[in-house]
Design a protein around this ligand. Structure first.
Ligand code: HEM
Length: 169
């Protein structure tokens, strides 16, 4: 077993830990943004605005980066170049889009206070829940999706050298 293979459980633990933080943040932020209502009073408004900004910048975004980085490392260490993995990445892209959109709303609400209010959270949260459930179903059930045709560049080696050693089976 190569040195890198020994790291797989550690990367997986990091991956799952950061996912918990990232996903919980993605669910909490639209609810926090919905509380950005000037009628709650200046002090409470300032407090919830700072808390939302702080959570997005210092917890949820770093957790997303670490979840994606550890997941990317796992792709190479576990050599999962398979269809369910690519399908999972499509739904992860939906989560990343949601993350970026939350950042946009956060800035818009902060900078255009009074004129820009946060959207109702229900529909975005249902969409997020569907994406997270699809990701979890794909990675946990690992369904055989080999009948779905994939372009060659996803399935054939490109002939380039990796910048690090990939463990052999
Ligand atoms: C770019 C983003 C991501 C990449 C590249 C990635 C990649 C991976 C890889 C390669 C594994 C190991 C699979 C195996 O051992 O067979 C894994 C495990 C896992 N991933 Fe991700 N992942 C990403 C994002 C996510 C997200 C957003 C979620 C959940 C919402 C998630 C949930 C999980 C879970 C629960 C496992 C453990 C599965 C198991 O051990 O059977 N991943 N991920």
């Amino acid at each position: 077993m190569t040195t890198l293979m020994v790291l797989i459980p550690h990367f997986k633990a990091l991956h799952i830990g950061m996912l918990l933080l990232w996903c919980s943040g993605l669910f909490a932020l639209p609810l926090m943004l919905a509380r950005h209502d000037p009628v709650i009073g200046q002090t409470d408004y300032a407090r919830i605005r700072r808390a939302t900004h702080f959570a997005y910048l210092f917890f949820i975004t770093p957790a997303a980066v670490l979840a994606i980085a550890s997941g990317t490392a796992l792709v190479f260490l576990r050599e999962v170049y398979v269809t369910w993995m690519f399908a999972k990445l499509v739904f992860v892209a939906t989560m990343v889009t949601f993350h970026v959109w939350i950042g946009y709303v956060l800035v818009a609400v902060a900078e255009q206070g009074g004129t820009h209010s946060a959207p109702a959270p229900t529909a975005p949260l249902v969409l997020l829940l569907v994406a997270v459930l699809c990701v979890l179903t794909l990675v946990l059930a690992k369904p055989d999706l080999d009948d779905i045709p994939l372009p060659g560049w996803l399935t054939e080696p490109r002939g380039h050298q990796m910048p690090f050693d990939v463990p052999k089976r």
